[in-house]
Design a protein around this ligand. Structure first.
Ligand SMILES: C[S@@+](CC[C@H](N)C(=O)[O-])C[C@H]1O[C@@H](n2cnc3c(N)ncnc32)[C@H](O)[C@@H]1O
Ligand code: SF4
Length: 405
């Protein structure tokens, strides 16, 4: 996923000029594929039902946008590619492979690059997975959401738990050794017992990585309308907190490293765990290019986002070669505040001395008004020269991030 596509994630974005601090992490490329079988009730990502006519305009536009950027930036060296959506695995395999070829033609993709495709259960075949592997896709991020068929039906998923298990089986047979599963806690009808069962079912499949999200209600979604109208109960905060605690304990016991608020990677004896290289770029304030409708990019201190209508994206690329809706450079303070709240998403936290040398700002002093009360309330810890969310702060992270607004 391209997390910045959630509209409220970056409350501080403003238009400014300013410096672009250096980073030694290579950039990544995000590609948005905005087609799904049907819309899930909770989902606010830009996606619509698969439409052959629209896809026939969208895919060439995507190809053109990728090639244009590769040319403009001088074929940059990258080490991650992430196909998110929507449901990229809904595309015919040759179409996805063709987009990956456009990325390889336009960017210098490292031999060991992490290349991820978001995949939905019920959209995979062995032939498709073989074609992905042959093209270099080496990481699968599977949207399971729940292993309980009643919960799945309640959020409009078009697959059941059996399909999810079959998808993981197919991935393993096809040779994928880096498989991540997404689950959502706090779904309508979910109880602590069913959440526990969900975690156990996920672990039974021996995933290499887990993304475990707490349900968010986004305005404009069917779920949010149902909750407002009283047709579905509002997610219970105490229950969500209990589910979050349960997952941290369970996954620590199962040998996973909790490295970001919602993300867990299987530890390995050589110390190289399976954390997502691409998603870490967002939290480490590294550069990334974003292509496709609603995609965000961040290169040389400039933030850019594309229009949010699929047809509008194709129209704009066809007419002008660009679908940029907004583009601006962050000033030094905004850059530091964003780096701080994105960096705090990592459980390792922020190295305060490293932060000061990179951004020229003493974080604890510059944001003292917001941070001091959070330190006093025990939502943040400073020890060994690092600033990090406490266990309590992990659960209340959205409140903590307000300190940087
Ligand atoms: C970009 S989505 C697409 C993944 C894929 N299309 C799927 O649904 O299987 C990535 C993940 O975000 C999570 N997600 C999406 N909307 C959410 C919401 N409102 N609250 C919590 N998690 C959400 C889901 O776990 C989903 O798998
Ligand atoms: S399949 Fe994924 S992207 Fe599509 S509507 Fe459902 S959650 Fe959103």
């Amino acid at each position: 996923m391209n997390p910045l596509q959630f509209p409220m994630v970056l409350p501080t974005l403003r238009q400014h000029g300013g410096p672009a601090p250096q980073t030694n992490v290579l950039p990544g490329v995000y590609v948005h594929v905005p087609f799904c079988r049907t819309k899930c009730t909770y989902c606010a990502f830009v996606s619509g039902d698969f439409d052959e006519g629209l896809a026939a305009r969208y895919l060439p536009a995507l190809d053109a946008e990728i090639r244009e950027a590769g040319c403009a930036f001088g074929r940059p060296h990258i080490d991650s590619v992430f196909f998110g959506g929507g449901t990229p695995s809904l595309l015919p395999a040759n179409e996805l492979v063709r987009i990956l070829e456009a990325v390889r033609d336009s960017f210098d993709v490292s031999d060991d690059a992490e290349i991820t495709v978001e995949m939905n259960p019920g959209t995979l075949t062995r032939e498709k997975l073989d074609a992905y592997r042959a093209a270099g896709v080496n990481r699968a991020s599977v949207g399971v959401q729940s292993f309980d068929d009643t919960e799945l039906a309640s959020i409009g998923r078009v697959h059941d738990a059996k399909d999810a298990r079959a998808a993981i089986g197919l991935l393993r047979e096809a040779g994928f050794d880096n498989v991540s599963l997404d689950l959502i806690a706090g779904l309508p009808l979910q109880r602590i017992e069913t959440w526990r069962a969900n975690l156990a079912a996920a672990l039974e499949l021996s995933p290499d990585h887990l993304s475990l999200y707490l349900l968010e209600l986004h305005p404009g979604t069917r779920l949010s309308r149902d909750v407002e109208a009283g047709r579905v109960a509002h997610p219970d905060d105490d229950l969500a907190a209990a589910m979050y605690e349960e997952m941290i304990e369970t996954l620590a016991g199962a040998g996973f490293v909790h490295y970001e608020i919602s993300n867990f990677a299987k530890a390995s004896p050589d110390g190289l765990d399976r954390r997502s290289r691409h998603n870490e770029k967002y939290w480490l304030d590294a550069d990334y290019f974003g292509f496709g409708v609603s995609a965000h990019g961040y290169v040389d201190g400039r933030r850019r986002s594309n229009v949010r209508s699929i047809a509008g994206y194709a129209d704009a690329i066809e007419a002008t070669g660009s679908a940029t809706a907004e583009e601006f450079t962050l000033d030094a303070r905004d850059r530091a505040s964003e780096a701080a709240f994105l960096g705090l998403r990592r459980t390792a936290g922020i190295d305060l001395a490293g932060f000061e040398s990179r951004y020229g700002i003493n974080l604890l002093q510059a944001f003292a008004d917001g941070l001091d009360p959070l330190l006093e309330a025990g939502l943040l810890d400073t020890s060994d020269g690092w600033l990090r969310l406490s266990r309590k702060g992990l659960l209340l992270s959205n409140e903590v991030f307000q300190a940087f607004v």
